[in-house]
Design a protein around this ligand. Structure first.
Ligand code: AMP
Length: 222
């Protein structure tokens, strides 16, 4: 039986985090917790909370720390994360969120924060071509579309371009990433929890590389 995992996955938008997190969550048999997916679901459900989240998301801005921390605290409190662990995708995004995560998880920290590294030029072209299922969030691209007419292979939902994948919002999101998320790399590095892994190549190759790197890292620290 594969052991569980307590992972944070970092990387620029378009680094392939979403796709890789789904695969890692199947491999380690732990829930994939994506704050972006949680907020998109709230927007879709049309709740008051969702309406507020939408204003930030459509502009490519970050949702305030206290809101995001509240959502993640509630999610990590459920039993499914307690036994085998979790894969956090899109959280933490700021140093304040990283400090809060540390507190939430005490006394047991994460295993490691994996930084999926992809050059900005590659990320820009991937984001422009990215398409997602409106219903289940499955990822596709212009090069790898669903089998039938932009209908999701997994759930039959409509496959569309995300509203925040338009050029102006992409630029803002990458800028936020540099300003707010890159200090996180330093934060994890200081705690000897940062594992950089290249995200360039075919998705299958990247998955194998990630699993190998995570397993080796964990073996060395047992
Ligand atoms: P993502 O799918 O991770 O790119 O997230 C989409 C959008 O959701 C972001 O551009 C933010 O507006 C919001 N969001 C997701 N996670 C966070 C977070 N940890 N902190 C602040 N905002 C977030």
């Amino acid at each position: 039986m594969v052991p569980g995992a307590r992972l944070v996955i970092l990387g620029k938008q378009g680094a392939g985090k979403g796709t890789q997190c789904v695969r890692l969550s199947r491999h380690y048999i732990v829930p994939h917790i994506s704050t972006g997916d949680i907020f998109r679901a709230a927007v879709k459900a049309g709740t008051e909370f969702g309406e507020k989240a939408r204003e930030y998301m459509d502009d490519g801005d970050l949702i305030p720390d206290e809101v995001v921390i509240g959502v993640v605290t509630e999610r990590l409190d459920r039993d499914d994360t307690k036994n085998r662990g979790f894969i956090l995708d899109g959280f933490p995004r700021t140093v304040v969120q990283a400090d809060a995560l540390d507190e939430m998880l005490k006394p047991r920290a994460i295993d490691v924060a994996v930084n999926v590294e992809v050059p900005t030029e590659v990320v820009l072209s991937r984001l422009a071509g990215r398409r997602v299922c409106e219903d289940c969030g499955a990822n596709y691209s212009v090069e790898r579309p669903p089998k039938e007419n932009w209908t999701c292979d997994v759930c039959g939902g409509e496959v569309v371009q995300r509203e925040d994948d338009i050029e102006a919002a992409i630029e803002r999101r990458l800028k936020h990433y540099e300003e707010q998320t890159e200090p996180l790399l330093v934060w994890f590095e200081k705690r000897e929890k940062l594992l950089p892994v290249s995200g360039v190549g075919h998705p299958d190759e990247v998955t194998a590389r990630l699993i190998r790197a995570i397993d080796v890292y964990r073996e060395q620290r047992v």
